[in-house]
Design a protein around this ligand. Sequence first.
Ligand code: GMT
Length: 378
Amino acid sequence: MEKKLRIGITCYPTVGGSGVIATELGKILAERGHEIHFITSSMPFRLNRMYHNIYYHQVEVNHYSVFQYPPYDIALASKMAEVVKREKLDILHVHYAIPHAICAILGKQMAGTDLKIVTTLHGTDITVLGYDPSLTESIRFGIEKSDAVTAVSNALIEQTRELINPDKDIETVYNFIDERVFKKVDSEHLREEYGILPHEKVLIHVSNFRAVKRVQDVVKTFAKVIQKVPSKLLLVGDGPEMTVVCRLVKELNLEPYVLLLGKQDKLEELYSMSDLMLLLSQKESFGLVALEAMACGVPCIGTNIGGIPEVIENGKNGFVCDLGDIDHFYEKALYLLQDDAIHKQFSQNAMEMVHQRFRSDKIINQYEDIYNRLLKSE
Ligand code: GMT
């Protein structure tokens, strides 16, 4: 039997796929008997129950007037060093190359221990920051000095090679879902409460409403779908594009048919009352929301971008189309919404695919293997 480990986890703990994955990883590792130490700026939002072996160490940044910018990265590295030393951590698993991998490297040096650093790339650190030449060297440093580096899709590894070209092996460890939560549940009552009529179909989009999520394309696609199929669109989440999205909804006279739900917790209930998920992003290294929706039996239409085609199997559990191709999104949406037998098959395929490829135990085993491999190689 492998030894139980002491693992530190750092992520951006607020709403976002990387924070979700880091938190869920910590929870499941704790259930497997490891001791988990979250070192983050606030409590991870999905850490929603007590675990005797999960600890939370808050990074506090003092706002001294002499500093133009509060020194978050230094505060994080110092906190990491303190926790690593006091709690005798074996592993520090950080999510994002910058700043977190760099803080981990610094924290390890300060602590003077030989703990191992695992860095997981989620996309934003590479696909956004990687284009900023002033940060390229820092990202490369963070990757190369980590003991192991993972990325959430093959596409993200390719992009990292193109943009950063680090001298480091990077392995794909896909994202996962907690199948005890993300499964088809009975949420018929919600349909009624939201005023969705029995014959109406439900389309759903979940994101942080950043421009790269192309929520306007979701609305434009829905505007065509509703001409043929009585339906409602659930827009879940909030973010910088909300104002323009609302304006578009109004301009297209869709207000009675679009439900703006804001940020929501019990996503499995919303997915379970939905017939189709739209994820039409311009950048997406994985697309965790598509995986969550599919686990609840919802076929997805996505763009042929980043890691999305590794999650949505074209023609089996959904479709991938070119970015901005509203006619194609519409055509595929009709195909799935107008034939119950086809929809049922896609929905079944979606749940099976999640179970085969993205089950939590399978993915967590991969992370545990990496930790054990690093510790054995000492
Ligand atoms: O998509 C976002 O804006 C949030 C971002 C994050 O850093 O949390 O998500 C990234 O990581 C997720 C978890 O691995 C992936 O599912 C998302 O595809 C990825 N987002 C992008 O690549 C834009």
